[in-house]
Design a protein around this ligand. Structure first.
Ligand code: ASP
Length: 469
């Protein structure tokens, strides 16, 4: 009977297993191999058999499962107390010499080789575990979002630039020569429009693309859990619900995190994660991405979450990246759609005390890394227009940039707010990894090249012509 490696439990049983030759040891008449499938590895013994096999060959082996002699038991392997004594085998697909090892953790292999042969790299147990944890977490998050009434809606990939403070990836149009689409930096405007459309609770596992210099904790592409809720007026309306979903999903997916203690002041008491204002975080930790773990929690690799709230709405536009979206000396701190706290509305409308305007904006921080951010939005057109005015936009430029949002807000948009949670970063922390590439199936390299397939690459002359390039 054909079975998987993990099911080879009962000894004295004749079975057939298919999989890769994962390791091989020759001892004269006896050849030992480990056969590997998606459930694990199993030792196979061949008497005058299996000798011609190479690492990476896909084989099918038939034989009898036997208990290993006492002193040969490997306690570190779930199948370590048994082995398959091969009686016959067939090579299903012969492999050439493997260019990278598929056992071990693979950290020592160069990035170049790991990404070029990513399908081999992914065979290693560490990456198999990481991607399975990712899948479990996504599955649990979806379940809880649905349970709490969120509905999943996809938004376009070919779209217009939305302002998230990074360069866009541009896609030239064939039908409108000289014109381009932008790939979404986030579904920000669409999700707000969905609130205007009457979907009170939206979510999406959104693929976003930003042309920023890649780092260990940031790539060109990323996946975020993007959500938005209507009829929310205070940040806590969002925060407590997100915490609830996140804590439940992480518990189910067996991600260790430190259960929050009740430690918040009255205004934030509905939140379980610790809430720090931007000012408090800077004063107490010297950063707006505080690591609130105890020494013990650090040693155990536990995740400790906190919220940082009430950021300044604007910051001085200093460098080239700040100037992508701003036409004055000021740019937004998070995105331009955040609302000011009620006390600061007049300052925003008049453009007074710009540095002091505080936004109803928040970040979720975990172990010193920003995991996500969100805000209560400006759902009135005068507030959104005032934000752009402070960033130096003329009336025409405002209309050209976000006229459609102003129009929607003037057609009965309910108050709303939401956030986006960086799922790659969350999974990276949950897996105890230091680099996002370890939790993404086909990441781009540090220099921005794709895994396995060689992009970016030149396009054909006729494509260029068709696109008017
Ligand atoms: N669009 C924001 C981002 O991607 C998140 C949000 O405010 O919902 O960072």
């Amino acid at each position: 009977m054909r079975t998987t490696v993990d099911k080879c439990v009962s000894a004295e049983n004749r079975i057939e297993v298919v999989g890769w030759v994962d390791s091989k040891r020759d001892h004269g008449k006896l050849t030992f191999i480990d056969i590997k499938d998606h459930t694990g590895v199993l030792q196979v013994v061949g008497r005058n058999l299996l000798r011609d096999l190479n690492l990476g060959d896909v084989i099918s082996v038939y034989g009898e499962v036997k208990k290993r002699p006492e002193k040969m038991v490997n306690p570190n392997l779930p199948t370590g107390d048994r082995e398959l004594v091969a009686e016959s085998y067939a090579i299903v697909n012969k492999s050439g010499p493997l260019p990278i090892p598929t056992e071990g953790d693979g950290y020592e292999v160069s990035e170049d080789m790991r990404l070029r042969y990513r399908y081999l790299d992914l065979r290693r147990e560490r990456l198999q575990k990481n991607l399975r944890l990712r899948s479990n977490l996504f599955h649990e998050l979806r379940g809880y979002l649905r349970q709490y009434g969120f509905i999943e809606i996809e938004t376009p990939l070919l779209t217009k630039s939305t302002k998230e403070g990074a360069r866009d990836f541009i896609v030239p149009s064939r039908t409108y020569p000289g014109c381009c689409y932008a790939l979404p930096q986030s579904p920000q405007q669409y999700k707000q429009l969905l609130m205007a459309a009457g979907f009170e609770k939206y979510y999406q596992f959104a693929r976003c693309v930003r042309d920023e210099d890649p780092r260990a904790d940031r790539g060109f592409e990323f996946t975020q859990l993007d959500l938005e809720m209507a009829y929310v007026n205070h940040e806590t309306d969002i925060l407590w619900r997100v915490e609830q979903i996140l804590r439940a999903a992480m518990s189910k997916a067996r991600v260790p995190f430190s259960e929050p203690k009740d430690c918040n002041t009255k205004e934030w008491e509905s939140c379980r994660f610790q809430v720090l204002t931007y000012g408090d975080a800077l004063e107490k930790y010297g950063t707006d991405k505080p690591d609130i773990r105890t020494v013990g929690e650090k040693e155990l690799g536990t995740l400790a979450f906190c919220w940082v709230v009430r950021f300044p709405m604007f910051k001085p536009a200093k460098d080239a990246v700040d100037k992508i979206d701003s036409k004055s000396d000021w740019t937004f701190m998070h995105n331009p759609f955040s609302a000011p706290i009620p006390n600061n509305v007049q300052w925003l409308l008049k453009g007074d005390n710009i540095a002091q305007i505080t936004a109803m904006q928040f970040d979720l921080v975990c172990n010193g890394l920003e995991l996500g951010s969100g805000s209560i939005r400006s759902h009135r057109s005068d507030l959104l227009a005032a934000t752009f005015k402070i960033m130096g936009y003329s009336d025409d430029e405002i209309k050209e940039s976000v006229g459609h949002m102003l129009e929607a807000f003037d057609l009965g948009a309910p108050p709303h707010g939401g956030m986006a949670l960086g799922l790659d970063r969350l999974v990276m922390l949950a897996c105890g990894e230091q680099n996002l590439k370890e939790v993404v199936a086909f990441p781009t390299s540090t220099t921005g090249r794709t895994s396995v397939m060689d992009a970016p690459c030149e396009i054909r002359k006729d494509q260029r012509k068709e696109l008017g390039l």
